[in-house]
Design a protein around this ligand. Structure first.
Ligand SMILES: [Zn+2]
Ligand SMILES: [Zn+2]
Length: 429
């Protein structure tokens, strides 16, 4: 019996009782990383519900093995086979390798209907790879309908999510005629604002992961169980292949005090030349918040930025008398981290699917929402603010404790380039 078969036999017999398939999978990877492809393929042959050790194996798989595996799963689904495990693997591919679906977008549409996928599901992420030829073909189809048939409505949603202009705009106007559709929700899922009839993107497509410095990393790893440490040590979103990234200062306190509790603001990240990262800002940009007040005392904290890019609390959030915060917090550990272009496979990430194994702390790209998508309106120009960064829980603080956003969620940063205003809030489960 092969080692991969042995793991699955034991799992089928015992489950997790007196059995540790996660450790067995990790041991297998240490000996022969490519065998993880065989493990998951064999898993698909059995009618087993999906499991965390399989999810972890997928996160650890090298790109070639992953590409072969999802290609195999896609062929099986194209031949009519259906199982929860197969569909879940393809949902993962919608995030990590959406080009997989190039040969049959109609089937993706069919699967979306079958699995009742509508909003906020990773499967929707596949549409960003929808090719222009199919978009135009589907758009031609629309002309024949006075009102949208059910399948055409799904096609229009797919085209909106493909972000191909001007077809996305056309799809939006078709969807807007349907009173049953919540077009506003769809727009936010697609990452768009509608300004005077023009679609404006609310995020860029150039995500950069934060690579933490050695002291941050040691503390972050110390907070995790051994098996998570091993996964993170070998997972591409934490461990970029490139050796040079741009340096960023993290942690410590900022120059100005919080407008609510009057304690020093907590620095998240200071970025030199943010324009190089696709952020519309001509000066340096310092992102800071008040860990004690963000979302606890005000849903969203807003800051105006001075000529050096330093944040000053927005006048609407400056109190004469200091508020006592219910949860006073230490600043984040001061550190010199680096930003690396996210590997192609990890450009889009789902907060739930990451499950603590992937690095979600990023500058740019599309946000990984914990809850429903939400872009704040700029307090000065009142337009929705583009997303520019997210920070996951587990960041080390100056007293070496672990910072959690609420119960362990994620904080999001936004930037209005016209008004030079940043905004911060977090979501958790
Ligand atoms: Zn505060
Ligand atoms: Zn503004």
């Amino acid at each position: 019996m092969t080692p991969a078969l042995d793991i699955l036999d034991r799992f089928e017999r015992l489950g997790w009782k007196g059995n540790d398939p996660m450790s067995q999978m990790l041991e297998l990877r240490r000996e022969q990383p490519t065998i993880l492809g065989e493990l998951v393929t064999l898993f698909l042959d059995r009618a087993l519900p999906t499991n965390t050790f399989i999810d972890a194996a997928l996160d650890l798989m090298d790109d070639d093995t992953y590409s072969q595996l999802v290609g195999h799963a896609w062929q099986r689904v194209r031949q009519g086979e259906r199982s929860r495990a197969l569909i879940e693997i393809l949902e993962g591919a919608a995030l990590q390798l959406p080009s997989l679906f190039h040969d049959d977008w109609e089937l993706v549409l069919q699967l979306s209907v079958e699995s009742h996928v509508k909003f906020h599901q990773p499967f929707l992420q596949a549409w960003r790879e929808l090719d222009e030829e199919t978009v135009l073909d589907w758009c031609r189809h629309f002309e024949d309908f006075a009102s949208l048939a059910e399948r055409d409505r799904d096609r229009a949603i797919a085209i909106l999510l493909s972000r191909h202009e001007p077809s996305a705009r056309k799809a939006l106007s078709l969807l807007s005629t349907d009173p049953d559709d919540d077009v506003q929700d769809l727009l936010l899922v697609a990452g768009y604002a509608l300004d005077d009839g023009v679609l404006r993107s609310l995020h860029n497509e150039a995500p950069h992961h934060i690579r933490f410095d050695s002291r941050q990393w040691r503390l972050m790893q110390a907070q995790q169980p051994e098996w998570i440490r091993e996964i993170r040590d070998n997972q591409a979103s934490w461990q970029p292949a490139a050796t040079n990234g741009s340096a960023v200062v993290m942690g410590g306190v900022a120059a100005h005090p919080c407008g609510l509790c009057h304690q020093p603001l907590h620095r998240l990240l200071r970025i030199a030349e943010p324009r190089n990262l696709g952020i519309a800002c001509e000066t340096d940009l310092e992102l800071a918040t008040c860990l004690s007040c963000e979302t606890w005392e005000e849903d969203i904290l807003f800051f105006r930025h001075d000529r050096d890019g330093r944040p000053i609390p927005h006048p609407s959030q400056q109190r004469k008398e200091a508020q006592t915060s219910r949860f006073p917090a230490e600043p984040l550990l001061e550190a010199e981290a680096h930003l690396f272009a996210a590997p192609r496979r990890w450009e889009r990430q789902d907060w739930g699917a990451s499950n603590n194994r992937q690095n979600l702390s990023r500058v740019g790209g599309a946000p990984s929402w914990v809850q429903t998508p939400s872009y704040p309106d700029c307090p000065d120009c009142e337009k929705p603010m583009p997303f520019i960064a997210q920070f996951d829980s587990g960041l080390p603080q100056s007293d070496e404790s672990e910072w959690l956003w609420g119960s362990g969620g994620c904080s999001y940063a936004f930037w209005c380039p016209d008004c030079r205003i940043s905004a911060h809030f977090w979501q958790c489960t």
